[in-house]
Write a protein that binds this ligand. Structure first.
Ligand SMILES: *[C@@H]1O[C@H](CO)[C@@H](O)[C@H](O)[C@H]1NC(C)=O
Ligand SMILES: *[C@@H]1O[C@H](CO)[C@@H](O)[C@H](O)[C@H]1NC(C)=O
Length: 222
Protein backbone atom coordinates (compact mmCIF):
# COMPACT_ATOMS: atom_id res chain seq x y z
CA UNK A 1 0.00 0.00 0.00
CA UNK A 2 1.32 3.43 -0.82
CA UNK A 3 2.07 5.71 2.09
CA UNK A 4 -0.56 8.42 1.39
CA UNK A 5 -3.37 5.84 1.35
CA UNK A 6 -2.66 4.65 4.87
CA UNK A 7 -3.75 7.79 6.78
CA UNK A 8 -6.94 7.92 4.78
CA UNK A 9 -7.67 4.28 5.60
CA UNK A 10 -6.96 4.94 9.26
CA UNK A 11 -9.36 7.84 9.15
CA UNK A 12 -11.99 5.67 7.49
CA UNK A 13 -11.58 2.97 10.13
CA UNK A 14 -11.82 5.62 12.83
CA UNK A 15 -15.03 7.00 11.38
CA UNK A 16 -16.55 3.53 11.06
CA UNK A 17 -15.61 2.58 14.60
CA UNK A 18 -17.07 5.80 15.92
CA UNK A 19 -20.20 5.03 13.91
CA UNK A 20 -20.26 1.58 15.48
CA UNK A 21 -20.26 2.85 19.05
CA UNK A 22 -23.21 2.52 21.42
CA UNK A 23 -25.36 -0.42 20.50
CA UNK A 24 -22.91 -1.27 17.75
CA UNK A 25 -19.72 -3.23 17.95
CA UNK A 26 -16.80 -3.06 15.63
CA UNK A 27 -13.95 -5.40 15.13
CA UNK A 28 -10.81 -4.59 13.29
CA UNK A 29 -9.63 -7.77 11.58
CA UNK A 30 -6.49 -9.13 13.20
CA UNK A 31 -5.02 -10.31 9.89
CA UNK A 32 -3.25 -7.16 8.77
CA UNK A 33 -1.84 -8.18 5.37
CA UNK A 34 -4.84 -7.09 3.28
CA UNK A 35 -6.46 -4.09 4.97
CA UNK A 36 -10.22 -4.34 4.85
CA UNK A 37 -13.14 -2.40 6.21
CA UNK A 38 -13.93 -3.60 9.74
CA UNK A 39 -17.06 -5.69 10.06
CA UNK A 40 -19.55 -3.43 11.67
CA UNK A 41 -22.07 -5.61 13.35
CA UNK A 42 -25.32 -4.56 14.92
CA UNK A 43 -25.67 -6.14 18.30
CA UNK A 44 -28.92 -7.36 19.82
CA UNK A 45 -29.91 -5.14 22.78
CA UNK A 46 -29.46 -6.62 26.29
CA UNK A 47 -32.26 -9.07 27.09
CA UNK A 48 -33.42 -6.95 30.04
CA UNK A 49 -34.35 -4.21 27.57
CA UNK A 50 -37.31 -6.19 26.33
CA UNK A 51 -38.96 -3.45 24.28
CA UNK A 52 -35.69 -2.68 22.47
CA UNK A 53 -35.21 -6.36 21.68
CA UNK A 54 -38.70 -6.44 20.17
CA UNK A 55 -37.98 -3.35 18.05
CA UNK A 56 -34.71 -4.93 16.95
CA UNK A 57 -36.38 -8.12 15.74
CA UNK A 58 -39.23 -6.21 14.09
CA UNK A 59 -36.85 -3.99 12.13
CA UNK A 60 -34.55 -6.78 10.99
CA UNK A 61 -37.22 -9.12 9.68
CA UNK A 62 -38.44 -8.79 6.10
CA UNK A 63 -41.25 -11.25 6.49
CA UNK A 64 -43.53 -12.62 9.16
CA UNK A 65 -46.10 -15.28 9.74
CA UNK A 66 -49.63 -14.07 10.19
CA UNK A 67 -52.25 -16.22 11.86
CA UNK A 68 -55.85 -15.36 11.13
CA UNK A 69 -59.10 -16.96 12.17
CA UNK A 70 -60.08 -18.93 9.10
CA UNK A 71 -63.29 -18.08 7.27
CA UNK A 72 -62.88 -20.92 4.80
CA UNK A 73 -64.61 -24.30 4.77
CA UNK A 74 -63.62 -26.84 6.10
CA UNK A 75 -61.54 -24.99 8.72
CA UNK A 76 -63.88 -22.13 9.65
CA UNK A 77 -62.94 -20.74 13.05
CA UNK A 78 -59.56 -22.48 13.17
CA UNK A 79 -56.20 -20.66 13.26
CA UNK A 80 -54.68 -20.23 9.81
CA UNK A 81 -51.01 -19.31 9.56
CA UNK A 82 -49.49 -17.81 6.42
CA UNK A 83 -46.38 -15.88 5.33
CA UNK A 84 -46.28 -12.18 4.43
CA UNK A 85 -43.63 -9.73 3.36
CA UNK A 86 -43.46 -6.94 5.86
CA UNK A 87 -41.42 -3.82 6.60
CA UNK A 88 -41.46 -1.46 9.54
CA UNK A 89 -39.65 1.19 7.53
CA UNK A 90 -36.78 1.78 5.14
CA UNK A 91 -33.41 0.43 6.36
CA UNK A 92 -32.56 3.54 8.36
CA UNK A 93 -36.06 4.43 9.54
CA UNK A 94 -37.60 1.90 11.91
CA UNK A 95 -41.17 2.77 12.91
CA UNK A 96 -41.91 -0.46 14.76
CA UNK A 97 -45.16 -0.83 12.82
CA UNK A 98 -45.24 -3.88 10.55
CA UNK A 99 -46.64 -2.70 7.23
CA UNK A 100 -48.17 -5.00 4.64
CA UNK A 101 -49.16 -4.83 0.98
CA UNK A 102 -52.32 -6.85 0.52
CA UNK A 103 -54.93 -7.83 -2.02
CA UNK A 104 -58.50 -8.98 -1.33
CA UNK A 105 -57.69 -11.99 -3.54
CA UNK A 106 -55.32 -13.37 -0.91
CA UNK A 107 -56.67 -16.22 1.23
CA UNK A 108 -55.70 -14.76 4.64
CA UNK A 109 -56.89 -11.29 3.63
CA UNK A 110 -60.31 -12.87 3.07
CA UNK A 111 -60.19 -14.04 6.68
CA UNK A 112 -59.21 -10.53 7.80
CA UNK A 113 -62.22 -9.07 6.00
CA UNK A 114 -64.43 -11.25 8.19
CA UNK A 115 -62.33 -10.84 11.36
CA UNK A 116 -59.27 -8.56 11.44
CA UNK A 117 -58.01 -10.01 14.74
CA UNK A 118 -54.76 -11.84 14.14
CA UNK A 119 -51.33 -12.69 15.44
CA UNK A 120 -48.01 -11.96 13.76
CA UNK A 121 -44.70 -13.61 14.55
CA UNK A 122 -41.10 -12.99 13.49
CA UNK A 123 -37.79 -14.47 14.54
CA UNK A 124 -34.07 -13.83 14.28
CA UNK A 125 -33.99 -17.37 12.85
CA UNK A 126 -34.85 -15.45 9.67
CA UNK A 127 -31.45 -13.75 9.87
CA UNK A 128 -27.92 -15.09 10.32
CA UNK A 129 -28.06 -14.29 14.04
CA UNK A 130 -29.30 -17.70 15.26
CA UNK A 131 -27.35 -19.72 12.70
CA UNK A 132 -24.08 -17.92 13.57
CA UNK A 133 -24.66 -18.34 17.31
CA UNK A 134 -25.79 -21.97 16.93
CA UNK A 135 -29.25 -21.29 18.40
CA UNK A 136 -32.08 -23.54 17.35
CA UNK A 137 -35.12 -21.51 16.19
CA UNK A 138 -37.12 -22.84 19.14
CA UNK A 139 -34.44 -21.84 21.66
CA UNK A 140 -35.49 -18.77 23.62
CA UNK A 141 -32.04 -17.33 22.84
CA UNK A 142 -33.00 -17.21 19.16
CA UNK A 143 -35.05 -14.07 19.83
CA UNK A 144 -38.57 -14.13 18.49
CA UNK A 145 -41.59 -11.96 18.99
CA UNK A 146 -45.33 -12.39 18.67
CA UNK A 147 -47.74 -9.52 18.18
CA UNK A 148 -51.37 -9.70 19.16
CA UNK A 149 -53.69 -7.27 17.43
CA UNK A 150 -55.45 -6.74 14.14
CA UNK A 151 -54.62 -5.92 10.54
CA UNK A 152 -56.14 -2.65 9.40
CA UNK A 153 -56.09 -0.81 6.11
CA UNK A 154 -54.27 2.52 6.07
CA UNK A 155 -54.61 5.57 3.85
CA UNK A 156 -53.07 8.98 3.37
CA UNK A 157 -49.63 9.85 4.76
CA UNK A 158 -49.29 6.59 6.67
CA UNK A 159 -49.91 4.65 3.43
CA UNK A 160 -47.22 6.78 1.76
CA UNK A 161 -44.79 5.79 4.49
CA UNK A 162 -45.85 2.12 4.18
CA UNK A 163 -45.17 2.27 0.45
CA UNK A 164 -41.68 3.62 1.03
CA UNK A 165 -41.10 1.05 3.79
CA UNK A 166 -42.27 -1.93 1.73
CA UNK A 167 -41.07 -1.04 -1.77
CA UNK A 168 -37.54 -0.22 -0.56
CA UNK A 169 -37.21 -3.67 1.01
CA UNK A 170 -39.37 -5.64 -1.44
CA UNK A 171 -38.73 -3.95 -4.81
CA UNK A 172 -40.64 -6.56 -6.82
CA UNK A 173 -43.87 -5.34 -5.18
CA UNK A 174 -43.76 -2.43 -7.61
CA UNK A 175 -44.48 -4.91 -10.43
CA UNK A 176 -47.23 -6.92 -8.78
CA UNK A 177 -50.33 -7.10 -11.04
CA UNK A 178 -52.13 -3.77 -10.96
CA UNK A 179 -55.56 -5.39 -11.36
CA UNK A 180 -55.34 -7.20 -8.01
CA UNK A 181 -56.57 -4.29 -5.90
CA UNK A 182 -53.44 -3.95 -3.76
CA UNK A 183 -53.73 -1.78 -0.68
CA UNK A 184 -51.51 -0.87 2.26
CA UNK A 185 -52.22 -2.14 5.74
CA UNK A 186 -50.57 -2.29 9.11
CA UNK A 187 -50.51 -4.74 11.95
CA UNK A 188 -52.12 -2.72 14.74
CA UNK A 189 -50.33 -3.97 17.83
CA UNK A 190 -52.24 -4.44 21.07
CA UNK A 191 -49.62 -6.57 22.88
CA UNK A 192 -46.04 -7.67 22.20
CA UNK A 193 -44.78 -11.05 23.43
CA UNK A 194 -41.00 -11.49 23.56
CA UNK A 195 -39.03 -14.74 23.79
CA UNK A 196 -35.36 -13.82 23.88
CA UNK A 197 -34.03 -15.42 27.06
CA UNK A 198 -34.66 -18.13 29.66
CA UNK A 199 -37.37 -17.64 32.25
CA UNK A 200 -40.49 -17.51 30.15
CA UNK A 201 -42.25 -15.12 27.85
CA UNK A 202 -42.24 -11.38 28.59
CA UNK A 203 -44.83 -8.89 27.43
CA UNK A 204 -44.46 -5.28 26.35
CA UNK A 205 -47.29 -2.80 25.91
CA UNK A 206 -47.57 -0.95 22.58
CA UNK A 207 -46.63 2.28 24.44
CA UNK A 208 -43.35 0.81 25.76
CA UNK A 209 -42.65 -0.79 22.41
CA UNK A 210 -43.03 2.41 20.40
CA UNK A 211 -41.08 4.43 22.99
CA UNK A 212 -38.04 2.12 22.78
CA UNK A 213 -35.10 3.39 20.77
CA UNK A 214 -35.07 1.84 17.31
CA UNK A 215 -32.28 0.18 15.38
CA UNK A 216 -30.37 2.96 13.59
CA UNK A 217 -29.82 1.11 10.33
CA UNK A 218 -30.49 -2.51 9.50
CA UNK A 219 -27.95 -2.40 6.66
CA UNK A 220 -25.28 -2.86 9.30
CA UNK A 221 -26.63 -6.30 10.06
CA UNK A 222 -24.42 -8.79 8.22
C1 LIG B 1 -59.05 3.86 3.33
O1 LIG B 1 -59.64 4.02 2.06
C2 LIG B 1 -60.48 2.93 1.68
C3 LIG B 1 -60.89 3.12 0.26
O2 LIG B 1 -60.89 4.46 -0.14
C4 LIG B 1 -61.65 2.86 2.65
O3 LIG B 1 -62.50 1.81 2.29
C5 LIG B 1 -61.11 2.63 4.05
O4 LIG B 1 -62.15 2.62 4.99
C6 LIG B 1 -60.12 3.71 4.41
N1 LIG B 1 -59.50 3.34 5.67
C7 LIG B 1 -59.22 4.20 6.62
C8 LIG B 1 -58.54 3.67 7.85
O5 LIG B 1 -59.49 5.39 6.53
C1 LIG C 1 -55.09 -0.58 17.71
O1 LIG C 1 -54.20 -0.71 18.79
C2 LIG C 1 -54.45 0.13 19.90
C3 LIG C 1 -53.40 -0.13 20.93
O2 LIG C 1 -52.13 0.16 20.40
C4 LIG C 1 -55.84 -0.16 20.45
O3 LIG C 1 -56.11 0.74 21.49
C5 LIG C 1 -56.86 -0.03 19.34
O4 LIG C 1 -58.13 -0.41 19.84
C6 LIG C 1 -56.50 -0.89 18.16
N1 LIG C 1 -57.43 -0.67 17.05
C7 LIG C 1 -57.90 -1.68 16.32
C8 LIG C 1 -58.83 -1.29 15.23
O5 LIG C 1 -57.59 -2.84 16.51
Amino acid sequence: MSAPVRPRLALLLGVLCWFCSGSWVSSVPSVPSVPSVPSCRLQIPPHQEVARVARFVAHLCDWATLATVSSRVPVVGQPFSNVFSISDGPSDQSSGVPYLYLTPMEISVQDLQVNPVSSMSMSLAQTDFCRDAGYDPQSPLCAHIIFSGAVIQINGSEANFAKKALFSRHPEMMDWPSDHGWFFAKFNITLVWVLDYFGGVKTVSPEEYFKASPVPNRNYWP
